[in-house]
Write a protein that binds this ligand. Structure first.
Ligand code: BTX
Length: 319
């Protein structure tokens, strides 16, 4: 219906014929679109699509070049929780999006602040992969967010394995603030994944002061204001942002061999001194590379260490 309207004006009878439905059905669909905040004007030449809402399920699906269904909620506890429910019902290639989350979760059951204005979504899919390779999906999501942020004019970079950061300040005062976090969950057998839920939270159109101060976080709006955009044009169109993010993620899941080169290009961690808290203890040294499916290679005083999971901290050269 939206595709037909986008080439408009198109009359009710023409729509009915093109879509092979009754005229009453056309009318119902037009009303449903209006309720979802699409502006559909009835003119003498037929219906014209005047505007698309800034955000929402149908808005994200409209023009999306990736095969995802979008389930949109104004408010939800956690999109990951909802995606897990859908997984249990057998769904796949579904994206759950919420305008705000009241119980957003980070890794290790940490809290994730999710006020209105952000992008909070979970991608549910069923890749034909062994569970050990799933980390490459998390890296793909980090690349997708970074690319979408850069297209919005913000020089985002990736901290291993899954944080997207924005550099703030120069010289001594330079620091990196967290723009996005990713929480990947899955279920599977020893050799095959049953489902994967990649939860992505991006701070987009709200102020830094809406986030906990200890999070040392930023938002796309704040980064764009610092870059000189006026308050009235600092917000990023979330519909397009989400579409770009999903399209890149879809491209990369089809070609996992492209993930690491893209990740390296955007990495902030490589070439830096790092401290990684791993389940097996602390690893300190220079991060020199990443290996499939997401292993960080660290040169330490005791030799080369390969780390597959942990919390990573970027150290200043003196530390
Ligand atoms: P993480 O464990 O790496 O980060 C959690 C930590 O980040 C918190 O302890 C806090 O210090 C800080 N923090 C909390 N909220 C924010 C925020 N909005 N921006 C920056 N820092 C913050 C990262 O976990 C994984 C986060 C995934 C979030 C998505 S949103 C959609 C999906 N649904 C859901 O419940 N989780 C995922």
């Amino acid at each position: 219906m939206l595709d037909a309207l986008s080439d408009g004006p198109v009359t009710g009878p023409e729509l009915a014929e093109q879509l092979d439905v009754s005229r009453a059905a056309v009318w119902k669909h037009v009303e449903a679109l209006r309720e979802a905040d699409f502006e559909v004007e009835g003119t003498d030449e037929g219906y014209v699509l005047q505007s698309i809402p800034e955000y929402g399920g149908a808005a994200i699906e409209y023009g999306l070049e990736a095969p995802f269904e979008v389930e949109f909620h104004d408010s939800l506890g956690s999109t990951n929780e909802r995606a897990r429910e859908l997984a249990a019902d057998g769904a796949t290639d579904t994206v759950v999006v919420a305008a705000e989350q009241t119980g957003g979760r980070g890794r290790l059951d940490r809290e994730w602040s999710s006020p209105a204005g952000g992008v909070w979504l979970s991608v549910l899919c069923r890749p034909d992969l062994p569970p050990a390779q799933v980390p490459v999906y998390t890296l793909a999501a980090a690349v997708a967010v970074t690319r979408a942020a850069r297209e919005a004019g913000v020089e985002a970079r990736i901290k291993w394995p899954n944080d997207v950061l924005v550099p703030v300040g120069d010289g001594e005062d330079a620091e990196e603030r967290k723009l996005c976090g990713i929480l990947t969950e899955m279920e599977g057998e020893a050799d095959r994944v049953s489902w994967v839920v990649v939860g992505i939270g991006v701070n987009v159109n709200f102020d830094e002061s809406d986030l906990p101060p200890e999070a040392n976080a930023t938002t796309l709006r704040a980064a764009r204001e610092r870059a000189g955009h006026g308050a009235d044009e600092a917000d990023v169109p979330r519909r397009l942002f989400v579409q770009r993010l999903l399209e890149t993620f879809d491209e990369l899941r089809a070609a996992p061999e492209r993930v690491l080169p893209a990740w390296r290009e955007y990495a902030s961690t490589l070439g830096r001194r790092v401290r990684v808290e791993t389940p097996g203890g602390e690893v300190v040294g220079e991060a020199v590379d990443i290996e499939f499916p997401g292993t960080l290679v660290v040169e330490t005083d005791e030799g080369t260490r390969r780390v597959s999971a942990g919390d990573c901290e970027h150290l200043r050269p003196a530390e």
